[in-house]
Design a protein around this ligand. Structure first.
Ligand code: ATP
Ligand code: MG
Length: 377
């Protein structure tokens, strides 16, 4: 089911032209050649006249034949000296070109190999720091970051599929077992049996709905429309919206938001988060329990805070972080949910640069969920 993976072009494909080493050799060779020719031309144009002046100043008087002979000798000496110098310079240049090429080629080849491996799905690939300057260092770091990201999202994908298979198996096996029992005449197709079947299919439907929301919150984690809002207003409207449901369940729902609590946040998304918290609180409360929604400014931290406190079932304090894991449901709690509500809620708060935390003094001692959001952009 995997999509075809993009393949890198094989190294040294023909349309890439000559190798870096050859290019370096050619360019350094060209510099040496240009230097040598210039040196030779200038030496041959300027030096004989200077040499003649010196001879004359020294009182050497030569006939024309003698001058020719001296000039020939002088030219041979200059050309030989420059040729020897050029040979040495060329040898050094080749050495330097090869050295530089090897230093640069190594990391570049390593980076290309790593990128090819990543493209082939080997996400454990990493490249070592090349130690030849910041440019190639940046390249290596970028590749390593890419590899870590790919590795993490692959692990996440695997975990999601495993969790999902696990979550689907329980209600599906129950449905299958019930259907088989009806077919075998072991169970009557009466209201009770069909009701149990419907409860399972209902759970499956709720799960698919939650999954859709979860994938949306993953994909669009950054699509939040933030503006200055008042968390006190938000708390008030959420409490109003849930009042009837709470009253029907015999659980008291109170608002504690005496002062404006400014936040820079997405009101709709934050409302969804508090909806989820109130949904959970109601599920973990019994008639006579109390749930409070508080909104408070936290100017000292430059934040605004929403706190949902309930006097319900609570949880063991060490579970506080696990509750936010995908599909996690604390043992012994109501089996109604799919365990993704808090995962989505935290993703929504994190997307707004906020935090969502849970606390409880222990089972039977109520729970407290705190949303903290930036007070200003
Ligand atoms: N107010 C609370 N008091 C005690 N435990 C809670 C409370 N809220 C959440 N939990 C625990 O955290 C778990 C995860 O909550 P979460 O909202 O993610 O899933 P859920 O409510 O079970 O299912 P759903 O996906 O329908 O929201 C719950 O199953 C429950 O064990
Ligand atoms: Mg929930």
């Amino acid at each position: 089911m995997t999509a075809p993976r993009p393949r890198l072009r094989p190294r040294g494909a023909r349309d890439d032209g000559p190798s870096l080493t050859l290019r370096l050799l050619l360019s350094i060779g060209l510099v040496v050649l240009a230097g040598g020719v210039t040196l030779l031309v200038v030496a041959l144009l300027v030096a004989p006249a200077v040499f003649h002046d010196h001879l004359r100043a020294a009182g050497v008087d030569l006939d024309p034949a003698g001058v020719d002979h001296v000039d020939d000798g002088f030219q041979v000496a200059v050309v030989t000296a420059i040729a020897a110098g050029l040979t040495a310079a060329t040898a050094v240049a080749i050495g330097v070109a090869l050295f530089v090429a090897r230093r640069v080629n190594g990391p570049v080849t390593q980076a290309a190999t790593a990128a090819t491996r990543l493209a082939d799905g080997d996400y454990a690939t990493r490249v070592a720091a090349p130690g030849v300057g910041p440019e190639l260092g940046d390249l290596a770091r970028a590749i390593n970051r890419l590899a870590s990201r790919l590795e993490a999202s692959e692990a996440q994908r695997e975990a999601l599929l495993t969790d999902l298979a696990h979550e689907l198996r329980t209600p599906l096996s129950a449905v299958e077992a019930t259907a088989e029992a009806i077919a075998d005449g072991l169970l009557p197709a009466d209201e009770e049996t069909l009701g149990a079947l419907r409860a399972q299919t209902h759970r499956l439907l709720a799960l698919t709905r939650d999954l859709a929301a979860l994938s949306r919150s993953d994909e669009h984690a950054f699509r939040v429309d933030r503006r200055p809002i008042d968390l006190a207003d938000l708390a008030r409207s959420v409490v109003t919206a849930h009042a009837a449901r709470y009253a029907a369940a015999g659980v008291a729902l109170t608002l504690d938001a005496p002062d404006p609590a400014p936040a820079y946040a997405d009101a709709g998304r934050t409302g969804e988060v508090v909806d989820q918290l109130l949904d959970n609180a109601l599920r973990h409360c019994r008639p006579g329990d109390t749930v409070t929604v508080a909104a408070r400014p936290r100017p000292e931290a430059d934040r605004g805070e929403l706190v949902v406190t309930d006097s319900g079932a609570g949880f063991a304090p060490e579970l506080a972080d696990r509750l936010f894991e995908r599909f996690y449901r604390a043992p012994g709690g109501p089996a109604a949910g799919s365990g993704v509500g808090l995962t989505i809620a935290r993703a929504l708060v994190t997307a707004q640069d906020g935090t969502l935390t849970a606390a409880s003094a222990g089972p039977g001692q109520g729970a407290r969920f705190t949303v903290r959001l930036p007070a200003r952009p």
